[in-house]
Design a protein around this ligand. Structure first.
Ligand SMILES: [Zn+2]
Length: 245
């Protein structure tokens, strides 16, 4: 069951008509195309609704992947009445939430530019995202990192994607910033998310959704730098200016 992932090239698309292809044993709904991002790479799946032809909504609690990343499953809220296979629905995401996730996700990329250390974990969230680095001690304060993040945001760098071959990735191993997670092999091509003219600021493999320019990230700051064991530091990114204290 292949679903066309519209969010990949059109992250700003809030809704699209789609055909119900399949409903699995758990009530998970598979469409022929979708604007719903499925949980992956630290970015949570989209919520929203599938609007049926009679106007009744099927609320979607989350979106997950199935056997592979191409299998996108819309998980309806418990007790929802399900659409029929073959029915045309309008798939509409909760755009406010997704846009905050896009801003936060892009902010995580900016943080990895400032902290060029292996990433051991990341979780994008609407209000409080985190990135963990293999880093015994940064020596940096949240004030310094917040300031450098703001400079990258205010520089209004373009954010865009480009595809490279697996051979190109193998020839440029430094593109991969995750310590333990490698981009999936076998698809023949890898999607790079690039920041800056000619990717002058950053490029790294990523399948998530991002804003189109760094200025759209808006005001953000580092809420906390936590020690996670001897070798790890966890940076928490929050919206808004750094609170004075
Ligand atoms: Zn990303």
């Amino acid at each position: 069951m292949h679903t066309e992932a519209l969010f990949r090239d059109q992250p700003y698309l809030e809704q699209a008509e789609a055909l119900v292809l399949h409903i699995n044993d758990h009530g998970g709904i598979v469409l022929n195309r979708t604007v719903f991002y499925a949980t992956s790479g630290g970015q949570p799946g989209d919520t929203g609704m599938l609007l049926r032809a009679d106007g009744s909504p099927v609320p979607i609690a989350t979106t997950v992947t199935g056997e592979s990343k191409d299998h996108i499953i819309h998980v309806p809220s418990a007790g929802s009445e399900l659409p029929e296979i073959g029915e045309t629905v309008t798939a509409a995401i909760d755009w406010g939430r997704r846009y905050r996730l896009m801003r936060m996700h892009t902010a995580c990329h900016l943080l990895s530019v400032i902290c060029p250390f292996p990433i051991t974990g990341a979780a994008v969230d609407e209000a409080d995202s985190r990135v963990d680095f293999d880093l015994p001690d940064s020596g940096w304060t949240k004030e310094e990192v917040s300031q450098r993040l703001s400079e990258l945001v205010e520089a209004d760098h373009p954010v865009f994607t480009r595809w490279i071959s697996e051979e190109e990735l193998d020839a440029n191993p430094l593109l991969v910033k995750s310590k333990n997670v490698r981009p999936p092999k076998g698809a023949g091509r890898i999607r790079l998310v690039c920041i800056g003219e000619n990717a002058s600021v950053d490029s790294q493999p990523c399948g998530g959704t991002h804003v189109a320019t760094t200025a759209e990230v808006g005001k953000i700051h580092i809420g906390k730098i936590e020690k996670k064991g001897r070798e790890n530091r966890r940076f928490r990114i929050r919206f808004g200016p750094l609170p004075a204290n």
